[in-house]
Design a binder for this molecule. Structure first.
Ligand SMILES: *[C@@H]1O[C@H](CO)[C@@H](O)[C@H](O)[C@H]1NC(C)=O
Ligand SMILES: *[C@@H]1O[C@H](CO)[C@@H](O)[C@H](O)[C@H]1NC(C)=O
Ligand SMILES: *[C@@H]1O[C@H](CO)[C@@H](O)[C@H](O)[C@H]1NC(C)=O
Ligand SMILES: *[C@@H]1O[C@H](CO)[C@@H](O)[C@H](O)[C@H]1NC(C)=O
Length: 396
């Protein structure tokens, strides 16, 4: 009997060893630009944080000089320490709740991930979604084509098909998005929140008859467009996937100031308010999906103005659950715009839904492997969004 116990313990210790973190296998692309190699035979891991005693803390460091999720244990002390940092924890002051972090299941992501060997793909997906990795728990899903597609398309490009008899998901859904989302869901322990977002309505519903350019939804198709979006939820449900949220559509400003040639559709806040009030809001409610409605889905500089216009109608305010914000131009527009929006509508959540470096026309290197400076842009933006109140509190 005793022997048996010892045997069990030794298995347990061996398992612990196996599940310890695998360190970063660094590879450098120019000075200070380090990536961790994740290939078919090796990928670094980060194990879940186990509870530590109340006077201790776990610190993870990532640095330009090459540390990646480097774990150290520290302890707090009660006595003041010359040159040390003094923390006061105020348990009654509560700031925002963080729902999580995520990425997007775009066509481009799917094409790249599916080009890997099976084992490399498995390692990549584990490092994003599993408890061995960073546990992404949000996934944005473009409704048909986006600016991360190889071509322009919608789910029903047949003119006048307002009953959607020709509506169909595409190869991009069946071969890239749906299988990858399912794989991510299986790897995820905490569950994956999916947020749907359409870039444009079919050209035949639009004033300019095109996928992009200066164009708006024709008012006679306001209801058809709401039906199309709910049909998307239906089609994904048939594939076993349900959504946590759906937005009013990607970057409406691109259909007013069309500098890019990718799927886009313009709204003004007044036309969007009308569509939410008369069509999208009631259609979603009737659909019985408990899906959250996200408004704006565009840049910070449009806050709080755009949301103020939408919310000026009480019915529209009731339909909207939250505000989706993109990060382009954040270097020019302060995070206080988020605070102002929050103060106007404290019961609506704010979610950052798109961030990408290399988007500007003058940024010729679309991919810069391991770029530390690009990493800093993301870090700065995330810190602004998460800690603004706290930073303001320390400064005042
Ligand atoms: C994968 O990366 C590791 C760590 O850099 C390396 O030792 C190994 O040879 C690589 N395997 C393949 C198949 O490239
Ligand atoms: C703690 O936070 C509450 C709520 O913000 C505030 O009223 C109170 O003054 C704070 N206490 C201290 C000691 O700063
Ligand atoms: C859509 O279906 C309705 C009801 O079956 C029918 O009356 C209408 O003509 C159809 N419209 C189109 C454009 O096919
Ligand atoms: C819809 O797409 C699937 C997968 O590409 C295909 O098998 C099916 O025939 C299509 N249906 C229609 C009505 O086009």
């Amino acid at each position: 009997m005793k022997l048996w116990c010892v045997y069990l313990i030794s298995i347990y210790v061996a398992c612990l060893r196996v599940s310890a973190d695998k360190p970063c296998a660094p590879r450098e692309f120019g000075a200070g630009n380090i990536v961790c190699v994740c290939n078919m035979t090796y990928c670094d891991t980060i194990s879940k944080v186990a509870p530590v005693p109340v006077d201790q803390f776990v610190q993870y460091s990532t640095s330009r000089s090459g540390l990646r999720f480097h774990r150290t244990l520290g302890s707090f002390s009660d006595s003041p320490h010359p040159g040390g940092v003094h923390f006061t924890l105020n348990l009654t002051a509560k700031y925002q709740r963080i729902w999580g972090f995520g990425g997007a299941f775009t066509d481009a992501a799917g094409i790249n991930i599916e080009s890997l060997s099976l084992q490399a793909k498995e390692n990549l997906m584990r490092s994003y979604f599993s408890t061995d990795g960073i546990e992404f728990n949000f996934g944005r899903v473009p409704v048909a084509g986006s600016d991360f597609s190889t071509h322009t398309y919608t789910y029903d490009d047949v003119r006048g098909d307002t009953n959607f008899t020709q509506y169909n998901l595409t190869d991009e859904d069946f071969f890239y998005k749906i299988p990858l989302i399912k794989e991510a869901q299986e790897l995820s322990e905490r569950g994956l929140h999916l947020v749907a977002c359409a870039w444009t309505a079919p050209p035949w519903m639009k004033t300019n008859g095109d996928y992009s350019g200066f164009g708006f939804l024709k008012s006679e198709y306001y209801q058809a467009w709401a039906d199309y979006l709910v049909k998307f939820l239906d089609e994904y449900k048939k594939q076993g996937l349900e959504f946590w949220g759906i937005s009013t559509g990607n970057e409406p400003i691109n259909g007013i100031i069309p500098v890019n040639r990718f799927n886009s559709m313009g709204w003004t806040p007044w036309s969007q308010r009308q569509w939410i009030k008369d069509n999208f809001g009631p259609t979603l409610k009737k659909s019985h999906y408990t899906v959250k409605l996200l408004a704006l889905e565009d840049q910070r500089f449009m806050l709080p103005w755009w949301i103020n216009v939408l919310m000026s109608d009480k019915q529209v305010e009731e339909y909207i659950d939250g505000i989706a914000v993109h990060w382009y131009w954040d270097s020019l527009f302060p995070p206080s715009l988020l605070d102002r929006t929050h103060n106007n509508f404290p019961d609506k959540f704010i979610l950052a839904t798109e961030a990408c470096v290399g988007d500007k026309p003058w940024e010729f290197d679309k991919v810069k492997l391991g770029s530390w400076s690009r990493g800093e842009w993301y870090m700065e933006d995330i810190l602004q969004v998460l800690y603004l109140d706290i930073v303001a509190h320390i400064l005042t």
